[in-house]
Design a binder for this molecule. Structure first.
Ligand code: NAG
Ligand code: NAG
Ligand code: NAG
Ligand code: NAG
Ligand code: NAG
Ligand code: NAG
Ligand code: NAG
Ligand code: NAG
Length: 357
């Protein structure tokens, strides 16, 4: 049959110019059955090939070429086993295919952490393949895998950037073709992390020799930068507080929600005064106005009375150093300047301290 086709085609190609027209007519009349077979072949073979192979391939290709941008993620109503998650995203395509993409469940996982265990399952709504569209989702999110969520939070907290993949199976319907084509939506997005909250500032307001009614002897305002696009409702947080490798107390920030940008919160702490005073009297701190390199590390996160280990463990995974001008605060609150050698220092140091009192 293909031989017949070939000869038919070859002869048609040779036909050109006036005198051969009659030839064509004659030829066409003579070989009508060959053309019929060609049409049948096109209908039977080529159309399905286009519909079953080419269109889905193009649809998948277009979907693969599309770009997903995470504009903002917000998690709130955070509880032990669930939370509410909002995602604002933008999908960009070249707009050349008019197609509808069915809603689907997208698994979100860290691209650079194996195995690829999803930390969240997001219900993406139906979309089109238009050149530019925003896809905003708000949903209740049960926590299926606390460990995966904790690892994600740890990476988000620690890294400058991280790669998150959204993957799900869905169907595409190309306008004008009454069929659904199965496709896979898989996009890897590079998103900024919190850089271990670097740049956090603590401005002390009050230091007491005695504790206040909450059992605290330190109050401050803290400014915490969130370099990411994620906002989190953490709740009541506590932190270990270290000074030169020794634990010197606990820091509390109540009702903490970290939003992108700068977050200003009151901070309170219960600190071992003697340990701090001792370091204030050491060089180089006593010579530099008493700015001490405290380290803090997450201890507990409790929201609505529920412990949130997926935040607490992430915050506990690393120390963050914060230089706090504690000497100036001690001077302001207590009227004491700790000299080199400390308050109880002898000789020249004693003379200096008595001068300062
Ligand atoms: C999504 O966009 C809306 C409208 O601009 C805004 O109110 C909301 O805070 C955004 N949510 C997130 C998670 O970025
Ligand atoms: C969400 O989780 C909390 C426990 O953390 C549970 O008490 C509550 O019933 C859960 N909500 C739903 C709707 O499953
Ligand atoms: C989606 O969120 C973006 C902000 O990221 C906002 O500009 C847009 O209006 C929102 N769209 C809808 C339909 O809410
Ligand atoms: C992100 O941070 C985690 C935890 O500190 C680390 O193990 C991982 O290697 C980092 N990944 C990248 C891609 O930087
Ligand atoms: C944090 O710092 C303290 C004191 O220097 C140290 O004991 C602890 O091992 C550190 N923890 C981490 C996770 O680096
Ligand atoms: C946070 O702690 C404060 C003071 O201890 C308490 O009054 C409040 O109910 C707690 N908030 C949450 C969300 O657990
Ligand atoms: C301590 O505070 C007093 C009064 O505010 C101020 O005059 C003095 O310069 C301060 N001393 C130091 C060492 O900061
Ligand atoms: C998206 C956003 O607002 N990111 C901010 C996170 O915090 C840093 C530090 O404050 C800002 O520079 C970013 O713009």
């Amino acid at each position: 049959m293909s031989d017949v086709d070939k000869s038919g085609v070859a002869q048609t190609e040779n036909v050109s110019g006036k005198p051969r027209r009659r030839g064509c007519l004659g030829h066409c009349a003579k070989f009508w059955w060959a053309y019929l077979i060609l049409v049948v072949v096109i209908v039977v073979v080529v159309v399905p090939v286009v519909l079953l192979v080419a269109v889905p391939k193009i649809a998948q290709q277009k979907l693969d070429d599309a770009e997903l941008i995470l504009d903002g993620i917000s998690v709130y109503n955070t509880q032990g086993q669930n939370m509410t998650m909002s995602i604002n995203s933008t999908i960009k395509t070249d707009g050349s295919v008019h197609a509808d993409i069915e809603g689907f469940v997208g698994d979100m996982y860290l691209e650079d952490h194996k195995p690829h265990t999803p930390f969240a399952r997001v219900n993406f709504p139906a979309t089109t393949a238009d050149a530019f569209q925003t896809v905003n989702v708000t949903q209740f999110l049960p926590i299926h895998d606390v460990e995966a969520l904790t690892i994600f939070n740890t990476w988000l907290l620690a890294n400058r950037t991280l790669r998150v993949t959204v993957q799900g199976d869905t169907n595409v319907r190309v306008r004008g073709i009454a069929r659904n084509y199965p496709v896979t939506f898989k996009k890897t997005v590079t998103t900024p992390g919190l850089r271990m909250l670097e740049g956090t500032v603590v401005n002390p307001e009050w230091i007491g020799i005695e504790s206040d009614e909450n059992g605290n002897n330190f109050r401050a305002t803290t400014i915490i930068p969130n370099h990411s696009r994620v906002s989190f409702e953490l709740g009541n947080t506590t932190f270990h507080n270290y000074l030169l490798g020794k634990e010197v107390g606990t820091v509390f920030i109540d009702g903490l929600t970290l939003r992108p940008g700068l977050n200003e919160y009151p901070m309170r702490a219960t600190i071992k005064n003697d340990a701090v005073i001792e370091v204030l009297g050491q060089k180089p701190y006593c010579e530099e106005g008493g700015v001490l390199p405290f380290q803090i590390r997450g201890k507990t996160v409790v929201n609505n009375g529920q412990a949130l280990p997926y935040f607490a463990d992430a915050l506990a995974s690393a120390n963050q150093t914060i230089d706090i001008p504690i000497g100036a605060a001690v001077n302001k609150s207590l009227g004491i300047v700790i000299p080199c050698g400390g308050l109880g220092g002898g000789g020249e140091k004693r003379k200096r301290s008595s001068l300062l009192f």
